[in-house]
Write a protein that binds this ligand. Structure first.
Ligand SMILES: [Ca+2]
Ligand SMILES: [Ca+2]
Length: 195
């Protein structure tokens, strides 16, 4: 008796997959969708150490970040006059205030273009952490376009000793180098004038 050998020949079925490439397909008709611009309104914060002091309306507004300050500053009609820094070398980490005004300064320093009688005003809150601007300036820099120089006074209301006119100075410690004063004005100014 024959038993038919069970010849189990696997049948291999090959499935060929053809990728049909649509050559010359019509260009996408979907126009590039503009990415919506998320309006980033800078949010003031009373303890922010990056501040704008606008002398045209005596309004001081502080922010947590430099980006927010810059964004806010770009909305002002006023022009930047001078930046005053809590740290030397215009150190951003210590915070700073940009003073704005409605005009630049005249070319001569024989006049006074702006008076800032006290550095607790228009500062009404902390910068940073409870420190008022009085006796905090360690470096200062005026904005070239507005041609102002700054004169520092020890006390409020332009009392006490005063510095010469300074265009910019990285360290108010009295080095006399560049436009820096030759006597110490580090953490000393209590009021100032611009011309
Ligand atoms: Ca002082
Ligand atoms: Ca002037």
């Amino acid at each position: 008796m024959h038993l038919a050998p069970g010849s189990l020949s696997p049948v291999r079925t090959l499935f060929a997959v053809f990728a049909a490439l649509a050559l010359g397909a019509s260009a996408s008709t979907a126009a590039a969708t503009p990415i919506p611009q998320v309006a980033h309104a800078p949010v003031p914060h009373p303890a922010g150490k990056y501040c704008a002091a606008d002398l045209s309306d005596q309004k001081t507004t502080c922010f947590r970040t430099e980006e927010d300050l810059a964004s806010y500053g770009s909305t002002l009609a006023s022009v930047p006059l001078v930046s005053v820094y809590n740290w030397i070398n215009y150190g951003q980490g210590g915070g700073y205030t940009i003073y704005y005004g409605d005009r630049g300064c005249t070319a001569t320093t024989s006049d006074v273009d702006y008076n800032i009688p006290g550095l607790t005003h228009p500062y009404t809150s902390s910068n940073p952490s409870g420190i008022l601007e009085n006796n905090t300036y360690s470096s200062v820099s005026t904005y070239t376009a507005q041609t102002c120089d700054i004169k520092l006074f020890d006390g409020a209301n332009y009392t006490g000793a005063s510095s010469e006119w300074i265009d910019r100075c990285t360290h108010l410690g009295g080095s006399g180098t560049g436009d820096c004063p030759s006597v110490n004005w580090y953490d000393r100014a209590g009021s100032y004038q611009l011309s």
